[in-house]
Design a protein around this ligand. Structure first.
Ligand code: LMR
Length: 398
């Protein structure tokens, strides 16, 4: 049965972890995967999370099966983060949320469900997008197109191109949108641009599928929900994949959620019943730990305030690393103007480095980045900024 199986290539992002782990150089730096580290290079255990965990361990909680759609208090808290505390669509029962295995798990649940509803629909992702978007939607059986997004010349958005591409799609096309902190470019739409995008989505009857994995890393929890709230106000049915891997520093717990916004509470019930079948036939029901911890933090005023302040600390440190990198690049005589790195939001910088330059960074300096030139600025440290800037200056010099 296995004799003809071919060796698959390494994953373009997680595969870097494997290569990094095998690298013996003490000065190696992992700027590949999107993981935040503190200034000592550690993945933090947030104090709010640690408190919620301690309470859970002390309570000696039983580990029975969760409901198929997960913890009710978790699902409700996710909706509040997305739509705000006084959302009309939540009050009307038009949104349903299921706990999912991280943002990736949420996207895959949504993809599998959409495929059943409209097998011939196409999916459109931004150019460029998170590497796994294309792979995931293709694995669910979709043809995946790209809409124009990043403009390398301006380090901004090719907004006219984006709108033109969206206008060209057939009704029912699923449009994957990064709600904030675009991965990999770090370049977001502003509020006025979102309003125009939403107009086109509505005119063309497209199906928005928002991916929100970095809520709180751009400006704030509320400000980073702008896109979600604009789409919510459009009256369109849509989907949202949430991830708390980064915002709670709970990467390995696989804490995410899929939210589906429907036309009525009756439709919502029917949709939920079908999404539960997708879950049941995949992994039955979600794990208890991460979801309980996140629900505890989000539903307790003190822990919630603590979490927001810890999220703010992470956001501020990333900004400081952006500033530090730009300054060190200048100081080390790097070719070109890297000011754009300061304007980008979230964990990543689309550095403009070519794949050959990324190879040199790895081979000559032990610095790992994605071959597209994406670097995770959230994993930089004060102590290695200079070394990284020097290396970038060297490989971009010729
Ligand atoms: C990333 O883009 O590096 C993260 O979202 C981690 C992943 O799963 O790829």
């Amino acid at each position: 049965v296995f004799s003809a199986v071919e060796l698959a290539p390494r994953d373009p992002i997680l595969g870097l972890n494997e290569a990094y782990a095998a690298d013996r150089r003490e000065t190696k730096v992992n700027l590949g995967v999107g993981v935040y580290t503190d200034d000592q290079g550690r993945i933090p255990l947030l104090r709010s999370v640690a408190e919620a965990e301690q309470a859970r361990v002390a309570a000696r909680a039983a580990r029975g099966y969760l409901p198929i759609d997960g913890i009710a208090a978790y699902d409700a808290a996710v909706q509040k983060l997305l739509f705000g505390a006084d959302s009309a669509l939540v009050a009307e029962g038009r949104a349903v949320t299921v706990q999912a295995l991280g943002g990736t798990g949420a996207l895959k649940l949504g993809a599998d469900f959409l495929k059943r509803l409209d097998p011939s629909a196409h999916v459109a992702i931004s150019d460029p997008s998170w590497e796994n978007h294309r792979a995931l939607f293709e694995a669910a059986g979709f043809a995946v197109d790209t809409y124009r997004y990043y403009d390398a010349a301006s380090h901004g958005v090719d907004f006219a191109g984006m709108l033109a591409d969206l206008r060209g799609y057939a009704a029912g096309t699923v449009v994957v949108l990064h709600a904030c902190c675009h991965n990999p470019t770090g370049v977001d739409l502003d509020d006025a641009q979102w309003a125009q995008v939403v107009d086109v989505l509505r005119e063309r009857q497209l199906v928005p599928f928002l991916d929100i994995a970095y809520q709180g890393f751009g400006e704030s929890i509320e400000a980073d929900a702008t896109a979600v709230r604009r789409v919510a106000a459009s009256g369109l049915p849509f989907l949202v994949a949430s991830s708390f891997s980064k915002s709670f520093s709970l990467y390995g717990e696989r804490v995410g959620a899929l939210t589906l916004v429907t036309a009525s509470s009756d439709e919502a019930k029917r949709v939920l019943s079908q999404v539960k079948r997708v879950i049941r036939t995949n992994y039955s029901n979600p794990p208890t730990h991460g979801g309980t911890v996140v629900a505890t933090v989000l539903n307790d005023a003190t822990l919630r305030a603590q979490w927001e302040s810890e999220l703010g600390e992470m956001r501020d440190r990333i900004r400081a690393m952006r500033d530090g990198l730009v300054e060190r690049l200048k100081a080390n005589g790097a070719q070109g103007d890297f000011e754009f790195v300061r304007q980008q939001r979230g964990m990543f910088s689309y550095s403009g480095l070519t794949s050959a330059q990324v190879d040199r960074l790895r081979d000559e300096f032990g610095i790992y980045a994605v071959s597209t030139g994406r670097i995770c600025v959230a994993a930089l440290r004060s102590s290695n900024l200079d070394m990284v800037a020097k290396a970038i200056a060297t490989v971009s010099a010729n």
